[in-house]
Ligand binder design. Sequence first.
Ligand code: F6R
Length: 366
Amino acid sequence: EKGGYEHFMLKEIYEQPRSVADCMRGRVNADSGLLVLGGLRDYVDKLAKTKRIVIVACGTSWHAGLVAEYIFEELARINVEVEYASEFRYRNPIIKEGDFVIAISQSGETADTLAAIELAKSKGATIIGVCNVVGSSIPRATHAGAYTHAGPEIGVASTKAFTAQVTVLAMMAIAVARKKGTLHEDTFRRLLFELERIPSKIETVLKTDEKIKEIAAQFKDSRNFIYLGRGYNFPVALEGALKLKEISYIHAEGYPAAEMKHGPIALIDEEMPVVFIATKDSSYEKVVSNIQEVKARKGKVIAIVTEGDKLIPTMADYTIEIPAMHEALIPLVATIPLQLLSYHIAVLRGCNVDQPRNLAKSVTVE
Ligand code: F6R
């Protein structure tokens, strides 16, 4: 059932070219300019008119929500707030009629997310679900939604569900932006074209697995890790750190790269690995100077870079290349090497990657 892989997690990481393609099947066609999310047909119009979207989720799904915040705000110019479901529900949140709430959940059973939905519904919000498990509790509690169609995720650490969530949310943001008129027709076409190419870009990154394994061997005994990224890659940094801590039990923190100097920089010495997501995007130069700051303090830098980058390899201790793509879609591909890095580190440390200690696949208690 693991299809020849040693663990479900590895199988699920490797399934991503297919699961992302499955998620877009029948929904995207760049040649004909098609973008439809069946379950949201009647809601795209309303979303285009809303002033505010609140996203509620937990864990990895919350990270997908952060990526969605950046995409929705940039493309559709809608104010988006991303909330931990557990905080939202206990805080008498401000929700008005006309507000939209997007709930993201792989399992569709997370107790806090479900409770946040019920609360928002009672205050008159329209609830959209982005879930993986068909017919689970969350999709049944929402007004409308789009499934991620990633297939069953068995490994406790979420991998293919995350990339499918980001894919669905990107499709939603693009559809809403087009309806709203904030997206140029050329950019719309280009984004569809770029979306269609994501599966093959993930495939390319999976081919660097041997190199990632070698890097993992260098850092398997580290006690701490820092992950840094800016813009669209800030949530990727958070997700990379979460993957590492949950399966390898190494303490890891993700930060926006610019926040480093407001505290975390004190942690950097020759023992500290710092993973940078340093792709060629609008924050590239800024991230390059953050890398210099880490190297000046003798930190060990592992950088995820865009194919062909000549500069960062002269500064970083290790680099992993990913193909170039539209900035908004980088998280879909930049996350893959971080999943593999955590996986190999955990395996080298002898950890049970599919069933890490203290964790359950779906958190149905609050
Ligand atoms: C991390 C992980 C958890 C879940 C979180 C939400 O790898 O799996 O952080 O993302 O418990 O679960 P869902 O998405 O099922 O609501």
